[in-house]
Design a protein around this ligand. Structure first.
Ligand SMILES: NC(=O)c1ccc[n+]([C@@H]2O[C@H](COP(=O)([O-])OP(=O)(O)OC[C@H]3O[C@@H](n4cnc5c(N)ncnc54)[C@H](OP(=O)(O)O)[C@@H]3O)[C@@H](O)[C@H]2O)c1
Length: 246
């Protein structure tokens, strides 16, 4: 198959490309460094020409309000170009439970991205992933002050990048679902506990204390980001991932 990955230099996009190529697919890679800009539209029709599937793994520069016009414009641009190119399957990487967090601009923006796909002219598959395991360590630094890391007890189900990339690759090579596939990790943990596990594996003198209002996840309802019934579950556990990185 011919598969265009947009956001190909990113954390997930680059790993998806490395998964698909050895499987024999013709994969083209696109981001601003290759002259493809979904905000301005530059290079987009050429990037999508002849693709059976387009995978959108791009990300906004931040979590704040500008994420809303960013995801709106880039998604509209991609859908128009995919429609002009003759349809195919647009696969979007999204996030579990975002419909339950309307007060956070970034999640509202991702939800609008999904709604544009659902209302648009092109067959699609949305892959909603739980938080990446690799995202947990950076989260601990957002609300660190001195030796204290403040984290809420919001429950998360972090997924290993390998498990997510397998699911994305399957979505990219299967017929469009015109629906959502959810993928989470094998275990659910309160975020404060995830923080403690992480700091136990990589001790740096910091300790976790519970603060239900701390950071981005302090704004997320307790169970909003748990993968829903019927979700695929990855096999890599967070403890095993931490040992692997130790
Ligand atoms: N973090 C999590 O736990 C989590 C969980 C579930 C889902 N997600 C979703 O996963 C997606 C991918 O995340 P990631 O961490 O892989 O992102 P990332 O590493 O920041 O990569 C973003 C990619 O988008 C490209 N890009 C940015 N602006 C662009 C533009 N205007 N036109 C074309 N390409 C552009 C970047 O390349 P250039 O800058 O060179 O253009 C880069 O290749 C995001 O949409 C995120 O919402 C994240």
């Amino acid at each position: 198959m011919k598969i265009a990955v947009v956001g190909a230099s990113g954390f997930i996009g680059s790993r998806l490309v490395r998964k698909l190529r050895p499987e024999g697919h013709e994969v083209t890679t696109h981001d601003r460094s290759t002259g493809v800009d979904l905000l301005t539209g530059e290079g987009v029709p050429e990037a999508l020409a002849g693709a059976d599937t387009v995978v959108n793994t791009i990300n906004a520069p931040g979590f704040d309000e500008p994420a809303v016009p960013f995801f709106r414009t880039t998604t509209e641009t991609l859908l128009n170009a995919a429609d002009q190119a003759g349809g195919g399957n647009v696969v979007l990487l999204s996030i579990v439970g975002i419909d339950q967090v309307p007060d956070v601009a970034y999640y509202r923006a991702k939800l609008e991205q999904e709604r544009l796909l659902e209302a648009g002219p092109v067959p699609y598959t949305i892959v909603r992933a739980a938080q990446f395991m690799d995202f947990i360590e950076p989260i601990t630094s957002w609300t660190s002050s001195g030796d204290t890391v403040r984290l809420p007890t919001t429950r998360l189900q972090p997924v290993a990048v390998e498990d997510l990339v397998d699911t994305l690759a399957e979505a990219a090579t299967a017929p469009p679902r015109d629906g959502i596939v959810n993928i989470g990790g094998p275990d659910v943990f309160p975020l404060d506990e995830l923080g403690r596990l992480t700091l136990r594996a990589h001790p740096d003198g910091r300790e976790v204390t519970v603060d239900e209002n701390a950071g981005l996840f302090g704004q997320v309802p307790q169970d909003a980001f748990i993968a829903p019934p019927g979700a695929r579950l990855g096999t890599m556990s967070y403890e095993r991932r931490l040992q692997h990185y130790a």
